[in-house]
Design a protein. Structure first.
Length: 148
């Protein structure tokens, strides 16, 4: 499995999760392509993990966390929020990415990944680090953990 990488797992997961909804499947495939290879490569070359995790397990964790969080109860509702669907999906995807693929790095790695992730997608508030935010369900936007 390791020689094949994580891509077959992701493809299978996407098909199982989104099935006939080709638009949602392709959107989520694009999210994986936008973030995952870049983050995994950058992390491998520039960061130290407190507890090393291989790419396959990191991506598995990402999928599991995203599946648990990207729910109708958390604002992911294509039928009733078609206009905001992609934006909220991307927020939950990035949140899941941070707390799976990017979670195990040391403090210096978090600083580096914060900058790198902001270079890929500038959706975060300017203050603090990406690790300092959660998704507020009322606003469907990033809020600092401190505000809770």
């Amino acid at each position: 499995v390791e020689e094949m990488g994580y891509q077959p797992f992701v493809q299978s997961w996407l098909e199982a999760r989104f099935g006939a909804d080709v638009e949602a499947l392709n959107f989520h495939k694009d999210l994986f392509e936008k973030y995952v290879p870049k983050i995994l490569t950058y992390k491998m070359l520039n960061c130290r993990e407190e507890v090393p995790i291989d790419d396959f397990n990191a991506v598995q964790s990402l999928c599991g966390l995203y599946a648990a969080l990207a729910t109708v109860d958390n604002g992911v509702d294509k039928e009733n929020n078609a206009q905001g669907y992609n934006a909220i999906c991307e927020k939950w995807f990035v949140f899941s990415l941070i707390w799976s693929v990017c979670a195990g790095v040391d403090e210096a790695g978090r600083i580096k990944l914060d900058t790198f992730l902001r270079d890929i997608e500038a959706q975060f508030p300017p203050m603090g680090r990406v690790y300092d935010y959660y998704i507020d369900l009322k606003k469907n936007d990033w809020e600092p953990w401190e505000s809770q």
